[in-house]
Write a protein of this length. Structure first.
Length: 708
């Protein structure tokens, strides 16, 4: 039998969610907004479900330059209630809160037949109206295997609509700000309330104040840039487990993700590289101090680069630097000493003088080489500055953010090299997957303090997020080109979780805990295998999704949209396995689940699992009775064989699903007959049995071998 492929969402999870937009307002919105006209609301919901692309058709040059499909960019605008904006020198980051209508699966057992739905449920549609019956009755009937009484299941399943909260963050170039504001205004279901404010931060907040007010009718309240930056950084470090990473050029993988959880992340140093450089020491959620900075930052690189290369855009300058060789412009240690300088501990390839070759007469230098030399000069200077501040304050973790980084491999490598060199390996340079959103997140949180968003846990929604897109030019095939950042939009979406998450208190060292046995970012063979498994199983998942909702007229259309979205995600992860942090089987399952939920499929396998669980529960009493009749030694072997046989029933495994679909009577006894004889591929049974024999006599669950 082949290795199991990914397992579909299980009905044992009593609540799963999907993301159909609704215009129901959040609790803090004024009462008059809550009474929105129902017909208008339903019409808006139909338009959003149809997913028809919308073009900005205003007469301005900006508007004519972009298309904005509402189901991809600025999603859920119909229920947006609060906005914040961070406008930098070249990029705008917009944040808003929206309520979304979730399709959830509810399970009601025979013991809780009078159970009511959640208080947040807005409507309910049952997908199973069969009356549950008791396990005792089922056992008495003597039914076994897969032939349970389908008319009388042991529990029933229903699908219901609930409301949830989602944070949206969209990043785009400043050139499109007017068109985007027009688009937002045109797609808001409710007109902005008079006197309400949008929180704004960044250097462009003052420049675009009047434009924002005229387009959205909102008062612009400016927030402190550094305070927003820190608040946003703390938020992503707290809520996104693998937000931070170190960069290792030519590593496999190049991105090494951290799992630091607050308060383990405090204190830390945040180096924000915008036009200049600010160095901030962060001690806690609310305590921070700017301890230094520099006027030599991102704008310096941009300005000098424009003079040297006549290249006027920041991204083009970065692309030039990626193709350049700095040693054609820089003077190295070996150029002075003829090799390394061992007495000073200086390797021969170390830069001795940036642009040191320029004064040589009669030479011309390539734009690419000058751009690369300039990038090294600026980055090395920042790296040395950061390492000195970290050493002074005894800090090991230094996070870098700001528009200068831009997920650019050469920039991250140069800064990492500088930090490592100047600190002698004692300080680690860390980068953030969502560093571009920190100011917008912080500004939003400032405006939402009355709702206390930090009392909840939030999780990244992979279906609606762009992910980390950085791709090194040398790894690209002729048919794949780097995504042009001009005219594109990056998105981050975060869902509010039902429960606040905390580290398991039984873990000895939570920050070192790894819940996944295989890291697919480091194991290329395993990565290729699992990506192929998910791709091969996609058709079966689509069929199950359609079969799970046979009476709904749009089920085929929604299933096809799921197929396309998840297929696109798999392509992204093939090109950039680190797009959403470390790639694992668990993260692949989460990605697929988010895509299913996006199109109203909370659990396509719930009815299949209902039949299987019904049959298993009916079979349980005679199995337990048979185990009780065995000797202690035989019972241990029977338990292990039962575990192995039960684990076979996995609809995500291609070989298993083929058997189950071709032979509906394949059950527990048949699965045990298919088990291989010992020794198994991984066989520690003898050691396990011996450990069970010598368990402490005071164990409350002791099954003594001497009781036979």
């Amino acid at each position: 039998m082949t290795s199991p492929a990914p397992r579909p969402p299980s009905p044992s999870t009593t609540t799963t969610t999907t993301t159909t937009t609704t215009t129901t307002s959040m609790a803090s919105v004024e009462a008059e907004e809550e009474g929105e006209d129902e017909e208008e609301e339903e019409a808006a919901r139909r338009r959003r479900r149809q997913g028809s692309p919308g073009r900005v058709t205003e007469s301005s040059d900006y508007a004519r330059s972009i298309e904005l499909p509402p189901h991809e960019v600025f999603r859920n605008l119909g229920s947006a209630k609060r906005f914040a904006i961070d406008i930098g020198g070249s990029l705008t980051k917009l944040a808003y809160y929206a309520t979304v209508q979730h399709k959830v699966t509810r399970v009601r057992s025979f013991e809780n037949s009078t159970e009511t739905s959640s208080a947040t449920t807005t409507s309910s549609t049952s997908s199973s109206t069969s009356s549950p019956r008791s396990l005792g009755t089922a056992a008495d009937s003597g039914r076994t295997g897969g032939d349970g009484d389908a008319a009388c299941p042991l529990y029933e399943i229903s699908e219901q609509d609930e409301l949830g909260a989602r944070l949206h963050f969209v990043k785009f170039e400043n050139a499109y700000i007017e068109a985007c504001l027009d688009f937002i205004r045109a797609h808001l279901s409710l007109p902005p309330a008079h006197g309400r404010a949008i929180r704004a931060t960044g250097g462009g907040a003052h420049k675009y104040r009047e434009l924002i007010h005229s387009k959205l009718g909102l008062r612009v309240d400016k927030e402190d840039e550094i305070a927003c930056l820190i608040k946003g950084c703390n938020f992503v470090l707290k809520n996104i487990p693998e937000e931070a990473f170190s960069f290792v050029r030519h590593g496999e993988p190049e991105f090494r993700f951290q799992t630091l959880q607050q308060p383990d992340s405090f204190p830390y140093l945040l180096v924000n590289i915008g036009s200049g450089v600010s160095v901030i020491k962060v001690d806690s959620e609310d305590e921070f101090e700017r301890i230094g900075g520099s006027s030599i930052g991102g704008r310096t690189f941009w300005g000098l680069g424009a003079l040297l290369t006549k290249t006027m855009t920041f991204d083009e300058l970065l692309q030039l630097s990626a193709r350049g060789q700095h040693d054609a412009v820089d003077m190295l240690v070996r150029d002075i000493y003829g090799g390394s300088c061992d007495s000073l501990g200086l390797p021969g390839d170390l830069i001795a003088s940036s642009f040191g070759r320029i004064p040589a007469p009669g030479q011309e230098f390539a734009k690419e080489d000058m751009a690369k030399s300039l990038l090294h000069m600026i980055s090395n200077n920042i790296g040395q500055l950061a390492s000195l501040y970290a050493h002074t304050h005894s800090l090991r973790n230094v996070y870098f953010g700001g528009f200068f980084i831009r997920e650019h491999p050469v920039t991250m490598h140069t800064i990492s090299f500088g930090i490592n060199y100047w600190s002698k390996g004692k300080v680690q340079a860390l980068f953030l997957r969502h560093e571009g959103y920190l100011g917008a997140i912080g500004a939003f949180l400032k405006g939402a303090e009355e709702d206390n968003p930090n009392q909840y846990s939030w999780g990244e929604n992979y279906a609606g997020s762009s992910g980390l897109r950085s791709v090194t030019p040398e790894t690209l095939t002729p048919t794949v080109t780097p995504r042009s950042r001009s005219g594109t939009f990056d998105m981050l979406e975060m869902d509010r979780l039902q429960l606040k998450l905390v580290a398991l208190p039984l873990l000895l060292q939570p920050s070192a805990y790894r819940p996944d046995s295989v890291d697919l970012t480091t194991d290329a063979a395993a990565r290729d295998y699992w990506l192929a498994c998910f791709t091969a199983s996609l058709e079966g998942v689509v069929r199950r999704a359609v079969a799970s909702q046979p009476t709904l007229p749009d089920v085929t259309e929604r299933a096809e949209k799921f197929r396309q979205k998840f297929s696109n995600k798999l392509e992204t992860l093939t090109l950039q396995p680190c797009a959403y942090g470390s790639l694992t089987v668990r993260s692949l399952l989460d990605t697929r689940e988010h895509c299913l939920l996006e199109f109203d499929f909370p659990d396509p396998y719930s009815k299949v699992k209902q039949v299987e669980n019904d049959a298993a529960l009916r079979r349980l009493p005679p199995v337990l009775a048979a185990l009780d009749r065995l000797s202690w030694g035989a019972r241990q072997m029977a338990l292990v064989r039962g575990l192995l046989a039960g684990n076979v029933f996995d609809w995500g495994a291609q070989a298993v699903s083929t058997v189950l679909e071709s032979n509906p009577h394949f059950g527990f006894e048949e699965a045990k007959e298919k088990l291989q004889e010992r020794p198994w591929l991984v066989d520690d049974y003898d050691a396990w049995e011996e450990r069970m024999r010598v368990r402490p006599t005071d164990s409350p669950h002791r099954d003594s071998p001497h009781r036979d």
